[in-house]
Design a protein around this ligand. Structure first.
Ligand SMILES: O=C(O)CCC(=O)C(=O)O
Ligand SMILES: [Fe+2]
Length: 236
């Protein structure tokens, strides 16, 4: 993670669990009649086949140790912020190339469904590894995020010349693996998929050094507004 940006645990999510997650996602997309599904907060995972993973002592230990390695101190809280993100149809494409820093130090990305059929686009993860440090004052953090994650900046980050010049990495996600990276330090986004495909990932974010700060709450509100704008645009 420090050198190449990623650490991968290979073949750690069993095939039957991935299969039951696909059934779950399919059911949720249909039940809610949506193309984009973003679930966060503590509740959704308890009703999903991933519940056992979110309470895994081994995973908690790994995340806490990674946090301590990076921050040189123990995490303030042991909660994992779990979310799930399913992209399909035209709305799914709008959620591609949205470069951002996570607001947690450690990110574990669990691909559940990645398009891999003939002629499909897999929606690879594009990352600028370790572009910045973690020890930011919350106020600098939010100003930096406003600039770096703006639509104008995202147009730059998605250019292959910029990616080459700044050593960005493009990583093909393979279901069964877990990908770890420093989400707060590494600017990242996914490439688009075809509107006919479904791409789904679960995210386990861990370790919020700015927990409870006012700027943090503003930043979270800004992020929610960005997602709302996308869903309004899609509804039109
Ligand atoms: O779905 C992905 O590949 C990345 C999503 C992500 O970076 C996030 O939700 O923070
Ligand atoms: Fe992220």
């Amino acid at each position: 993670m420090d050198t190449t940006g990623f650490a991968v645990l290979r073949d750690v999510i069993a095939a039957p669990l991935i299969e039951s997650m696909r059934v779950y996602i399919d059911g949720e997309l249909k039940r809610r009649n949506v193309e984009y599904l973003g679930l966060a907060g503590p509740d959704w995972i308890l009703d999903s086949p991933l519940a056992a993973l979110s309470t895994s002592a081994a995973l908690h230990k790994a995340l806490a140790e990674l946090y301590s390695h990076e921050m040189k101190q123990a995490p303030l809280e042991s909660r994992i912020a779990t979310s799930i993100r399913a992209l399909s149809g035209g709305t799914g494409a709008k959620h591609s190339w949205l470069f951002h820093y996570d607001s947690y130090v450690v990110t574990a990305l669990i691909p559940l469904q990645i398009p891999d059929g003939e002629g499909e686009l897999p929606g690879d993860l594009v990352m600028y590894p370790n572009l910045r440090g973690v020890r930011r004052r919350p106020v600098f953090n939010i100003v930096e995020k406003l600039v770096v994650e703006s639509p104008l900046a995202c147009r730059l980050w998605k250019r292959s010349a910029v990616q080459r010049a700044m050593s960005a990495r493009t990583v093909r996600m393979r279901p069964g693996n877990i990908y770890f990276f420093w989400g707060m330090r590494s600017l990242h986004a996914n490439q688009p998929c075809l509107p006919t495909s479904v791409r789904c990932t679960a995210l386990f974010h861990f370790g919020d050094p700015h927990a409870g700060s006012l700027f943090k709450r503003l930043s979270a509100r800004h992020h929610q507004a960005r997602l709302r704008r996308l869903s309004h645009a899609a509804a039109k």
